[in-house]
Design a protein around this ligand. Structure first.
Ligand SMILES: NC(=O)C1=CN([C@@H]2O[C@H](COP(=O)(O)OP(=O)(O)OC[C@H]3O[C@@H](n4cnc5c(N)ncnc54)[C@H](OP(=O)(O)O)[C@@H]3O)[C@@H](O)[C@H]2O)[C@@H](O)CC1
Ligand SMILES: [K+]
Length: 460
């Protein structure tokens, strides 16, 4: 599990560290890391241009230029604000024959030291015009300039980095925006209590049956989804629940015939009231937003077991506040909105997706999984994680129905709801990747790749 820290926390950790290490040593360590990655990207080529802003980010770039010069690279620097350029960095750069120029030229690599942790807003016009002239790959120092460090928001001109070399710890921009390949250089910073985390494969302990388990002890998932118009959503959600764990699945709703035909191992009934006992409910996909659907939402919220509410169930919860009254306050709830559903429920997402999901999680006392290329999961106790899609293959019709079934099965297995949502998001991306294998994959293909994804997870 990798931690991510907001810039204010990084800056104070850096200040504490700077007080006990020799002056300038942190910057030189950082810059040496930048130079090392630059040499790797240059792969024997020899021309680099630095874009140098007014602060320490520019200082890093100038010191990186110094180290590169000492390795025989021809380095030029464009100073965006010569009067404010980092004095020691500039002096060192000049000492080893670094050249100050006014245009980018045609280098093999550009190093972006325009702005780092203190960045606010998009690139200013002078920097934007300069970046526009770049054709070489860009190595960003700390973060791609022009992207908000704490939210990843892109609100105007910004650097499109091939590679980002950052220092000490990851910041939100690295998890929430495209920074190219991200490399972390150790400068001795050891912050604690991250603001949110990123799950890695080795963090995921997928529930598998033990020797004394039977079909009930692994958790029974109930699925209340689908309609005469949308039976497919029920097939996808139920199928995902069937494949995600070895527990039993009960389906309750109008798509029972379609479910029986595709998933003979499920127990199907026409209504949630006849479904029998379950350890978690999935409610919402393709069910419609009519009165009978509202009654189904009311029933599962009152059932005293964890619930994952998706799609139409979220719309109903937004439009019919009285449904919340039915909720068993001790039973976990996972909400899985996309941005428009989130807006119906809690207002616009805004630029800070993590903060928005966190606020909604507290407000609804629910785990909120805000879907997107970078999915955010937040718990009412303040925990948050971000899971990045490795491609856009999961962005296909019915994909959310599959996710709801996976999370439902994990909830039924007894997993902590925050982890159930996080593991579900992770597996969903992996299944899309494996199911696609380089070509578009429908949601049914994503669903059938769930076993391959679990195998891949368990092998690593
Ligand atoms: N602290 C440490 O120990 C270490 C720090 N390290 C490095 O320091 C970096 C942080 O440096 P920093 O705090 O000096 O500010 P930095 O990000 O360079 O910005 C400078 C100035 O840019 C301006 N500006 C703002 N927004 C802008 C925009 N959109 N477009 C254009 N310009 C914009 C604004 O100045 P203004 O023009 O408003 O006066 C701002 O003050 C950090 O990212 C890392 O690289 C490493 O060496 C490791 C050790
Ligand atoms: K930068």
């Amino acid at each position: 599990m990798r931690g991510v820290w907001h810039t204010e926390r990084v800056k104070s950790a850096e200040e504490e560290l700077m007080a006990v290490v020799p002056p300038g040593s942190l910057m030189r360590k950082a810059a040496f890391g930048v130079a090392t990655h630059a040499l790797r990207l240059l792969a024997g080529r020899r021309r680099v241009t630095l874009l140098v802003g007014a602060g320490n980010n520019g200082g890093d770039a100038l010191w990186a230029g110094y180290f590169l010069r000492r390795r025989g690279v021809a380095v030029s620097a464009v100073l965006l604000n010569p009067a404010k350029a980092h004095a020691e960095g500039l002096a060192a750069f000049r000492r080893v024959g670094g050249r100050i120029v006014s245009e980018v030229g045609s280098p093999d690599l550009v190093i972006d030291g325009i702005v780092g942790l203190s960045a606010r807003g998009p690139l200013r016009p002078q920097a934007a015009a300069l970046v526009d002239t770049v054709t070489a790959p860009i190595l960003a120092v700390d973060l791609p300039s022009g992207i908000d460090p704490d939210t990843g928001e892109i609100s105007g001109p910004h650097v499109k980095a091939h590679t980002t070399v950052t220092f000490g710890c990851l910041k939100p921009v690295h998890a929430l925006a495209d920074c190219g390949e991200v490399h972390l250089v150790d400068i001795g910073l050891r912050p604690v209590d991250p603001d949110f985390v990123l799950l890695d494969r080795e963090d995921i302990a997928w529930p598998v049956p033990g020797p004394s388990d039977d079909k009930y002890t692994q958790g029974v998932t109930g699925v209340a989804a689908g309609s005469a118009t949308y039976p497919g959503a029920a097939v996808l959600s139920t199928g995902a629940a069937v494949l995600a764990t070895s527990g039993m699945v009960r389906y309750a709703g109008p798509a029972a015939d379609a479910i029986r035909a595709r998933w003979p191992e499920t127990i199907c009934t026409g209504s949630t009231t006849d479904a029998g006992r379950v350890q978690a409910w999935v409610v919402g996909p393709g069910m419609g937003t009519g009165t009978s659907s509202a009654e189904v939402v009311r029933f599962v919220l009152d059932a005293g077991v964890p619930v994952i509410a998706d799609a139409d169930a979220i719309t109903l919860l937004a439009s019919t506040p009285s449904l919340w009254d039915a909720r068993d306050p001790d039973a976990a709830l996972v909400l899985t909105p996309h941005d428009r559903e989130f807006e119906r429920l809690a207002g616009p997402v805004g630029p800070d997706r993590v903060a928005a999901a966190r606020k909604a999680a507290r407000r609804f006392n629910a785990v909120v999984l805000l879907k997107g290329h970078r999915t955010v999961v937040a718990a009412p106790d303040g925990r948050a994680l971000v899971n990045s899609a490795t491609s856009s293959w999961p962005a296909t019709a019915g994909s959310g129905d599959v996710l709801s079934g996976i999370i439902g099965a994990l909830l039924a297995s007894g997993l902590d709801p925050f982890l159930a949502a996080g593991y579900g998001a992770y597996l969903h991306v992996l299944a899309a990747e494996l199911g696609a294998d380089g070509a578009p994959v429908p949601a049914s293909g994503l669903m059938t790749a769930i076993p391959d994804a679990i195998r891949a997870l368990r092998r690593s």
